[in-house]
Design a protein around this ligand. Structure first.
Ligand code: PLP
Length: 417
């Protein structure tokens, strides 16, 4: 039988990061020692108090469905955390608890974006034929594009790489890219893959554009708790004018090292929660019951462990920046998350993009560099092309200092830096 697949899945490419992990797994199966710097998860175990809370919840029989949007205790704890972040517009009823931040994003995109078969009138009054427009700031986490495409949306992208991944310098380009036809803009600070934390002034620039063009904005704050050098990530929804057009997303995967537990959430205006709640209840029903109970413990009682992990990331960031510097590799300094993006040149030299009029590499060369890094040096990294920014590689420093040193030594040995 030949199956006929929906255009929505045919529009989407398989994950580029998956290709790297497949290659790493294959090499490991052959007995090779791979330093995996391609992973997007903390290398720490989940703190004990959270695990204990999950065990207690299981023993207490919290094993059935919960109310679709989440258990009241967790929604209340999340609302309190959001209030602490200055997001006083959200109460517990504005929150949907999801199996991971990824599912939260999926539900928001499904609720807001109409596809090319949709009958959303565009600002000119004609029917939108190419799907609602989603604006992304490149380099952008791989799943935003896929989510937009799965919802049938079209994309407009703005490159922040020429500005060392800072938003301020890219605001003029953003102003050119968005219009009254833009339905959704995604802002991710601290950001994956670059680790940049956007300044309040730059976020005000986003606010002005969002208000001018009546754009809904997703503020993906999943790395908010992981910042360095005293920098704090401003929540976009705290800015005047953004209260009722921001959907704030966060989760437990990164700050609490709970990637496999699958727990996240979003908070938004009542209307959005009600519409996205339909996608939520008809797809996942609810997040896992005892995991939600563990989430209450995580959010209310884990500050110390979160701080310890943050400090470990901070040390590794310094360490890896230093190693790259020793080899003359330029890396825009990340102020958050646990990634950095060194520039990659085709001959193995690093060259400042801002020093030249054109890109230092042709698109695709970063893919070749990452292929070589894994095949020759057995160091797994992710090409910038996967995030819309050729010429860079994403390096995760969620790994021990010994392994980070080993990775850089191997890259140098193989003339890759
Ligand atoms: C920027 C960003 N947002 C959201 C997520 C979703 O994480 P999770 O589904 O594990 O909560 C990730 C995971 O890598 C991410 O990097």
């Amino acid at each position: 039988m030949t199956m006929d697949f929906a255009s929505r899945v045919e529009r989407v490419e398989p994950s580029a990061t998956l290709a790297i992990s497949n290659k790493a797994a294959q090499l490991e199966a052959e007995g090779k020692d791979v330093v995996d710097l391609s992973v997007g998860e903390p290398d720490f175990d989940t703190p004990e108090n959270i695990k204990d809370a999950a065990k207690d919840a299981l023993d207490a029989g919290h094993t059935g469905y919960t109310s679709s949007n989440g258990i009241p205790e967790l929604k209340a704890a999340i609302a309190e955390k959001l209030h602490d972040d200055g997001l006083t517009q959200y109460d517990a009823d504005n929150v949907i608890v999801t199996p991971g931040g990824k599912q939260a994003l999926y539900e928001i995109f499904q609720a807001v974006i109409d596809g090319d078969d949709g009958s959303h009138p565009s600002s000119s009054g004609t029917s939108s034929r190419s799907g609602d427009e989603v604006a992304l700031l490149d380099p952008a986490w791989v799943s935003y594009e896929a989510m937009a495409k799965l919802a049938g949306g079209s994309l407009t992208r703005v490159d922040t790489a020429p500005h060392d991944f800072q938003l301020a310098g890219a605001l003029d380009d953003l102003a050119d890219a968005v219009s009254d036809d833009t339905e959704l803009l995604v802002v991710n600070s601290p950001g994956n893959p670059h680790g940049a934390v956007y300044s309040e002034d730059a976020l005000k620039g986003v606010r002005d554009l969002a208000v001018e063009h009546d754009i809904t904005v997703i503020s993906d704050e999943i790395y908010k708790e992981i910042t360095y050098d005293g920098v704090e990530a401003v929540s976009l929804g705290t800015l005047e004018g953004m209260e009722d057009r921001t959907v704030t997303l966060n989760g437990f995967s990164k700050a609490y090292s709970m990637t496999g537990w699958r727990l996240g959430y979003f908070a938004g205006p009542e209307e959005l929660v009600s519409q996205a709640g339909k996608v939520h209840s008809h797809s996942v029903s609810c997040a896992v019951n005892f995991v939600q109970h563990a989430g209450v413990e995580a959010i209310t009682n884990t500050d110390e462990a979160v701080e310890e992990m943050r400090q470990a990331f901070a040390e590794r960031r310094e360490f890896l920046m230093g190693l790259f510097e020793d080899h003359g590799v330029r890396v825009p300094e990340p102020k958050g998350a646990f990634y950095m993006m060194p520039e990659i040149a085709p001959d193995g030299d690093s060259e400042s993009r801002s020093d030249s009029d054109s890109l230092p590499v042709e698109p695709g060369d970063d893919t070749e560099w990452c292929d070589k890094a894994i095949s020759e040096a057995q160091v797994a990294t992710v090409p910038g092309t996967a995030f819309g920014t050729p010429g860079y590689a994403r390096i995760s420093y969620a790994n021990s200092k010994e392994r980070l040193r080993e990775a850089v030594d191997r890259l140098a040995e193989h003339d890759l830096i």
